[in-house]
Design a protein. Structure first.
Length: 93
């Protein structure tokens, strides 16, 4: 198994994760994986805007876990990435 080079940035909405990830990406040449983009895709599939989707997810934790697992799956297949996410402390196998 090869070693992956992954930087994770977690924080609330508007905390600066996006700006920091762009800066790091430009300096190191890393790709950025944004959990928010995946969440917006899921929201569109449910015909919701992102605000209502975020409210919906609070009562559907399985979707939150799915969003977080998407980053883990991406990291398995890619190297030199920055994960920009609203990470929560969740344990799953």
């Amino acid at each position: 198994m090869s070693r992956r080079h992954i930087i994770t940035l977690g924080g609330d909405l508007g905390s600066g994760k996006g700006a920091v990830s762009i800066s790091i990406s430009e300096k190191l040449g890393y790709k950025i994986y944004r959990n928010g983009e995946y969440a917006r895709k899921l929201a569109r599939e449910l015909n919701m805007d992102i605000t209502n989707f975020n409210i919906y997810v609070t009562s559907h934790p399985e979707i939150d876990i799915q969003i977080e697992k998407s980053a883990a799956e991406y990291a398995k297949e890619n190297d030199k990435i920055i994960v920009d996410a609203r990470l929560r402390l969740v344990c799953y196998s």
